[in-house]
Every structure is written in structure tokens, then in C-alpha cells.
Write a protein that binds this ligand. Structure first.
Ligand SMILES: Cc1ncc(COP(=O)(O)O)c(C=O)c1O
Length: 474
């Protein structure tokens, strides 16, 4: 059905609000100004504004015009705290995860499943300039192996940036990897062997479960709270009961719940694992993407015994396709270096050098400041649509950073069924089952909000809400 003119105008204004042209609390241009600027009649402008007001996006203030409503998240109900069984499990959900990722990667499918930012949120031009510069000026960009630990200037830049996460890193303690996924795999290999038990957050990022599966290890899912994060009491019980070889946790803005543990709880986690002499593999891939204030510190900042293997990458902030990540650890450095070498000799030279050049010459911190507030808007916009269109009883996370949203649907909704129906409608979502070793979270889904905002995205969320409501009622 074709949109009426006033609906098109409303969409245009909605898009401008979502992109932050008019941030929460700001006055929209007056009716006459909109009429002239948009080249439509006053009654079309009024109908468009009435539509946005009915949606709760703007509000009229007497005699002074229309204002973008401040975003309040107070009405949102958080997902319930997770309660997995404290029993180590072989991972069984991961072929499913691979099938889903493959099925979702078609150009005409709206990508709300994988946690990959749309290129409009990445410094693509700046990194392109760095790639061009390195290809032109550094002849060895592809004729030379940049053997482990990796390109020295890149390691220097990473060590410099780690200060903001509260870590004193020496470039020599940083080993460059192919993204954070490989960093985690090498860290797991450095501290464990097939058959070992690894404690993980539940729900957790499915790439970690795939890694555990690939290494023949077992996952022990530890309960989490949507605000507090990892349940330290439950972790301690598990440490008492099982011989745990390592614990893997996201330190800031977990995937999928988006929580950020307080400094006190971070210190307590490091201390607890130190007491049991269990290495902590820290994943800080979202650490630069907090919505407010200073960059939160890493677990590693509390590590007095050198038991934390800090892993991260530039995939969420600069260029997922360059595949550059790293492990930072003094104690395990040599082992990681060796493992990197035997696995695939080195990380690509061009990628490493281009990132080093980008970090040296582009204003990465200014870029981060901008993109963080963009992500906050994206997340709020999506939360708003979820609360409007999803069935009663839906609960949703309130991430403090990053860009993924974890949705708990009414118990009758099977997330795999919703995934299939959504895919038929050319929308991909990540069903909750892949965030657990034993396919729990059957009525949960994860959504990626780092998509270019459009009427298609809005329509897709409405449609998802309708599909979920139908399943909830059946
Ligand atoms: C928590 C977390 N860790 C690791 C990764 C993998 O990152 P990379 O693309 O750098 O390998 C992801 C990607 O989605 C992630 O969300």
C-alpha cells in the first residue's frame, strides 16, 4: 500500500529524530517553517505531527510548538535473571548458529541478527585512506609476514589506548590476532585442553560457545542478572563443585544483555578467580562503546596476579573486515605468540599496518564520542518500538553501551519459530537458543540496533511484534 503524503512527512521527521537531528527535548521547527521547508500544505504538516504525537514520539507544549519527547526507560521491564543448571555441558547449539548466520546473509534481508554495525557507524572513509596510504607507501604490505606478536606500531597504539581501560600495558605484552574470536580461542588454548570445563556467562555470545565446542571443552553456564551481571555467588558454588579451567566474561556491555558490572563487582570477580587460581579470559570488545561518562575499566585493571588474559578487537568500532584483534597478557604472552604462529603464521600485514596508521593519524576518540551517542539513540529508538509493538509481557534489556538488545517474549513464543516466520518476511533475528550451550532461552531473541534507520526498520519491528503476538496467542 502506498504511503499517504502526511505519512511520508512523518517518516522523514521520525528518521531525523532517530538520527539525532532533533534530539530528545528539542523543539521541532514551527509549522510554517515545516510547510515551506517540506513544500507541503499546513494540513499535511499538522497530520504528520499528529501521527508522531499519537506514537508518543513528540509532544505539543502550549503556545511553543512540538518537542521531541525525552526518552524514558522507566516503563521498560528488564528480562528475568537467568537460572541455568550449574552443570558442565558439551555445546550442542552451534551447528544451528552457523546455519542461522548463513541463512541471514542475503542482501534483501534486513539484518537484525548478527552484532555487526552497519557501515554508516564505522569510520569507513578514514580506514580506507589508511589502507590506500599503506598500499602506496609500504611496499612490504603484502610481500612480508608480520609475524607474532605483530606490527610494533599497532601494538604501541593498542598499549596506549589500554590506559583508558585502567591497564598498564607494554607493547611487548600485546599479541595481534585475527579478531577477538581468534583472541579468545588462543587464550582458551593457552590455559586449557580438550575435556576441560570453562565457566561462561549465561546467556552468552554464541561465538564463544562455538569456540568451546571447537576446542572440545565443556561450557558451565553461570547465571547473570540484567543489571548486576555475572552472579558471583553462583560462580563461587561452581568453583567449589567443579574443576574449572578458565572463566570467560565480557567486562563491559555484555552480549546479549548489555550490562556493565560495577568496579566493585569487577574487582570481586578477579579476586574470586585468583583465590581459586582460575585464569579469567576477559572479552572487552564493546568497552569503547559506553553511553555515558568515562570509558569503564577492564577486569585486567584489578589483576594483581597476572591471571587475566585481556582480549579485544577493532571489529565493533573500526573495521570488522580487517580482522584485527589482540590478546594482552604478560604471563601467557609467549604461549599465545606460539599458538598464533602455529595456527596461521601471522595476522595480515596490510590490515595491521592500516589500523596502526588509522590510530596514529585519525581522530579515533572524536569518532568514538559521536558513534556512542548514535548507538544510544539507536538502542532507545528500538526499545521504544519494542515497547509499542511487542506483545504484553515482553521484557527487554536496557543496555548501558554497545548496540544489541535482548528481548524476553511471552513464554508461549518459540524463538526458532519466530525466527523462521521473520525470515519469510525477509527479516533476520537471532533466536535465544544459540546463546546457550543447551539451547535454553527458547522465548528470547537478540536484536542488532546498529542498522541504518529507515521506515523499513520501523515496519520490520512492527511486523516482528505482530508475529510474536500471534505466536503468543496460539
Ligand atoms: C562479545 C563478542 N566477542 C567477540 C566477538 C568476535 O569479534 P571479532 O569479529 O573481532 O572476531 C563478538 C562479535 O560479535 C562479540 O560480540
Amino acid at each position: 500500500m502506498t504511503e499517504k503524503l502526511y505519512e511520508q512527512i512523518a517518516s522523514q521527521l521520525r528518521g531525523q529524530i532517530a538520527r539525532g537531528v532533533y534530539p530528545p527535548g528539542e523543539r521541532l521547527p514551527g509549522i510554517r517553517k515545516l510547510k515551506t521547508g517540506l513544500g507541503v500544505s499546513i494540513s499535511t504538516v499538522l497530520s504528520a505531527l499528529a501521527l508522531l504525537e499519537a506514537e508518543g514520539l513528540i509532544e505539543a507544549q502550549s503556545r511553543s510548538g512540538f518537542y521531541v519527547k525525552p526518552v524514558t526507560l522507566a516503563h521498560i521491564t528488564l528480562p528475568t535473571a537467568s537460572q541455568p543448571d550449574l552443570i558442565p555441558q558439551p555445546v550442542t547449539s552451534q551447528q544451528l548458529a552457523l546455519n542461522l548466520v548463513k541463512a541471514s546473509h542475503h542482501v534483501d534481508i534486513l539484518q537484525l541478527s548478527t552484532a555487526v554495525p552497519d557501515e554508516c557507524f564505522l569510520p569507513t572513509d578514514a580506514i580506507g585512506r589508511s589502507v590506500a596510504h599503506v598500499s602506496r607507501r609500504q611496499k612490504e604490505h603484502s610481500s612480508y609476514y608480520e609475524f607474532p606478536p605483530g606490527h610494533i606500531e599497532l601494538r604501541r597504539q593498542i598499549a596506549k589506548r589500554l590506559v583508558m581501560a585502567g591497564c598498564e600495558a607494554r607493547p611487548d605484552d600485546v599479541v595481534i590476532t585475527a579478531g577477538c574470536q581468534e583472541a579468545i580461542i588462543l587464550a582458551l588454548q593457552a590455559v586449557g585442553a580438550p575435556g576441560d570445563v570453562v565457566a561462561v556467562e549465561s546467556p552468552t555470545f554464541y561465538g564463544l560457545l562455538q569456540a568451546i565446542n571447537y576446542l572440545g571443552m565443556k561450557a558451565l553456564e553461570i547465571p547473570t542478572d540484567p543489571v548486576e551481571g555475572l552472579n558471583l555467588g553462583a560462580l563461587e558454588m561452581a568453583l567449589e563443585q567443579w574443576q574449572i579451567k578458565a572463566c570467560v566474561a565480557v567486562s563491559n556491555f555484555s552480549n546479549p544483555l548489555g550490562y556493565c558490572m560495577s568496579d566493585g563487582r569487577k574487582a570481586a570477580l578477579v579476586d574470586l578467580l585468583e583465590r581459586y587460581q582460575v585464569p579469567l579470559i576477559e572479552d572487552d570488545i564493546y568497552g569503547d562503546l559506553g553511553f555515558s561518562g568515562d570509558r569503564p575499566v577492564a577486569f585486567k585493571a584489578f589483576d594483581t596476579q597476572d591471571q587475566v588474559l585481556y582480549c579485544s578487537s577493532f571489529s565493533k568500532t573500526v573495521a570488522p573486515g580487517l580482522r584485527v584483534g589482540w590478546v594482552f597478557s604478560h604471563q601467557y604472552r609467549e604461549k599465545i605468540e606460539f599458538l598464533k604462529y602455529v595456527n596461521n603464521l601471522s595476522a595480515p600485514t596490510l590490515s595491521q599496518r592500516a589500523l596502526a596508521h588509522y590510530l596514529q593519524h585519525a581522530n579515533h576518540d572524536r569518532f568514538l564520542r559521536r558513534v556512542r551517542s548514535q548507538y544510544q539513540r539507536q538502542v532507545h529508538r528500538m526499545l521504544d518500538l519494542i515497547t509499542h509493538y511487542f506483545p504484553t509481557g515482553t521484557r527487554v534489556s536496557q543496555p548501558k553501551g554497545g548496540f544489541v538488545i535482548w528481548v524476553e517474549l511471552p513464554i508461549q513464543v518459540n524463538a526458532l519459530e519466530l525466527y523462521r516466520l521473520a525470515l519469510e518476511a525477509r527479516i533476520s533475528i537471532a533466536p535465544g537458543q544459540i546463546f546457550s550451550a543447551r539451547q535454553k532461552y527458547e522465548h528470547f531473541i537478540r536484536l542488532n540496533s546498529a542498522v541504518q534507520w529507515s521506515t523499513r526498520v520501523e515496519a520490520a519491528l512492527k511486523q516482528l511484534g505482530q508475529l510474536a503476538s500471534t505466536l503468543a496467542a496460539s
